[in-house]
Design a protein around this ligand. Structure first.
Ligand SMILES: [Zn+2]
Ligand SMILES: [Zn+2]
Length: 101
C-alpha cells in the first residue's frame, strides 16, 4: 500500500493511521510516525500529541513532522504551512494524520 495519496492538499481533515508494517509496539507518537513513514528520511519530529502535520515536500526529499494535541491546532498549523511557510522547495504537499497507537 502506498502512502502517496492526497498529493494535491485539496482535501482537509485528518487521515487516520492505525497500523503500519511493523510488529513493534511504539511507546510514543514520534517514534510511531517515524516508523510508519518508513523509507523516507524523517528530518525531525517536533511537538507532542496524536495529530501529526506531515510535510512531504521538504528540501532533499526530507519529511518533517509537527505533532499537535488537537485536530483544530493541527488544521490551523497546516493552513499556515500551506501558505508557504514550509521550505523553499514546497509543493504544498502537507497532510494531517491522526495517529492511533
Ligand atoms: Zn513501527
Ligand atoms: Zn511544503
Amino acid at each position: 500500500m502506498s502512502m502517496a495519496t492526497n498529493r494535491t492538499g485539496a482535501r482537509r481533515g485528518a487521515t487516520t493511521w492505525r497500523h503500519h508494517k511493523c510488529l513493534l509496539r511504539h511507546r510514543n507518537t514520534a517514534t510511531w510516525i517515524k516508523c510508519a513513514i518508513g523509507p523516507r528520511r524523517v528530518l525531525w519530529v517536533s511537538g507532542h500529541g496524536s495529530y501529526a502535520v506531515i510535510s512531504w515536500c521538504g528540501d532533499r526529499n526530507d519529511v518533517t513532522v509537527v505533532l499537535h494535541t488537537s485536530l483544530t491546532e493541527a488544521l490551523a498549523a497546516v493552513k499556515q504551512i500551506d501558505r508557504g511557510a514550509c521550505g523553499r522547495l514546497c509543493t504544498g504537499w502537507h497532510e494531517v494524520v491522526e495517529v492511533v497507537l
